[in-house]
Design a protein around this ligand. Structure first.
Ligand SMILES: Cc1ncc(COP(=O)(O)O)c(C=O)c1O
Length: 364
């Protein structure tokens, strides 16, 4: 049986008429940038995320970048980031003129290891940016404790974790502020680029609101050297439709994950680990395997789509050539071993069964 890694056309079919209606509503309104759809989405997503403010921006990278600017982080400053993340987490820091400082993960969860934070802190450290990788929150109580002790800002990169909970609290509400991405493949994905900042801090929300719109509160009055990074009306309208089904879709991801965990127990692949108190949303279902390329080839032969998140850690990218000598063995090891199996709310039980059978055939 052919199992796609992710088929967004198929995923959207059950909500197609509502997405069409959203498109027509915006088209008929003739209003495309900063208007009623954005305002409504910001209020609905802030409520969903259990924070006071949501500010829609152009994409997840910009959400991180504008937040760092809002906290005044710039040249000479250091920000602690995971060694194993999508490059956007690092780029946001570099784009402010600050330096990313890599912290290795806990290899069981793949998330930033709080026990490694203090040794990375210097007099220049201003912030910690944990990523809730693959949809599972980082150990935020421990991270917040270290941050409070050293007077650091905590900015969550919640791009992969819309709806996840940590000790009952929503991802996006666990630090001083959070950034998220509505890239189409995310759990809450737009039909194009999009992102948002989440925070309970009135001043930070106000600053990001100005920074995203040419530094302006009143048209043609520019108080800050801002960016043009706005979540447009069309994407906001689509996101309002998709926010209504997010919990149902996340619940189905959870069922798929449980089927994988039960079906693959005892196989020669390392399965995801969920610590007590975590309620992940399974943006990705990532296994580890020392013979990854053979496993991936076997699954491809069986028409099962897989992807590697991520094959090259940031410090090995040519854009970060200055970091090539940094000793980050866990990021290197994970990059060599991780493999993402198909994960989407529209996977049928038969498709999940086909993935389980194919992995078992190879490794059990
Ligand atoms: C962990 C993480 N951070 C940041 C981003 C950046 O989001 P965007 O692609 O919307 O800029 C992404 C996704 O692409 C991501 O997965």
């Amino acid at each position: 049986m052919k199992v796609p890694f992710l088929d967004l056309g198929r995923l959207h079919r059950p909500i197609r008429s509502e997405l069409d209606a959203a498109y027509h509503r915006v088209m008929d309104s003739g209003w495309f940038i900063i208007g009623p759809e954005l305002e409504a989405f910001e209020s609905e997503f802030a409520h969903y995320s259990e924070v006071k403010h949501c500010v829609g921006v152009g994409n997840g990278l910009e959400a991180l970048h504008l937040l760092l600017l809002a906290y005044g982080i710039g040249p000479g400053d250091e920000v602690l980031v995971p060694s194993n993340t999508f490059i956007a987490t690092w780029l946001a820091v570099s784009q402010c003129g600050a330096s990313p400082v890599a912290v290795e993960p806990d290899v069981r969860t793949h998330n930033m290891d709080p026990a490694r934070l203090e040794q990375a802190i210097t007099s220049r450290t201003k912030a910690i940016m944990p990523v809730h990788l693959y949809g599972q929150p980082a150990d935020m109580d421990a991270i917040n404790r270290v941050a409070a002790k050293h007077g650091l800002v905590v900015i969550e990169d919640a791009a992969q974790a819309q709806g996840a909970r940590f000790q009952g609290r929503r991802a996006g509400s666990l630090g001083h502020a959070a950034a998220t991405s509505f890239y189409p493949g995310k759990n809450l994905g737009a039909l194009g680029d999009g992102g948002a900042v989440l925070t309970n801090d009135d001043a930070v929300a106000d600053k990001v609101r100005r920074l995203r719109n040419y530094g302006s509160r009143v048209k043609y009055h520019h108080e800050l050297a801002g960016a043009n990074s706005r979540l447009d009306e069309m994407q906001a309208a689509f996101l309002r439709v998709k926010l209504k089904v997010l919990d149902d879709w996340n619940a189905r991801r959870q069922q798929v994950a449980q089927k994988y965990l039960a079906g693959l127990a005892g196989c020669a692949v390392q399965l995801p680990f969920v610590p007590e108190g975590m309620d992940p949303v399974w943006h990705l279902f990532v296994v580890r395997c020392t013979e990854r390329s053979r496993l991936q080839a076997h699954l491809t032969e069986h028409q099962i789509g897989t992807v590697i998140h991520y094959p090259i850690p940031p410090h090995r990218q040519s854009s970060y050539s200055g970091f090539a000598s940094h000793h980050l063995p866990l990021a290197d090891q994970l990059a060599a071993e991780v493999l993402s199996l198909p994960m989407a709310p529209d996977l049928s039980n038969a498709e999940v069964g086909a993935v389980v059978d194919a992995v078992r055939q190879w490794s059990c």
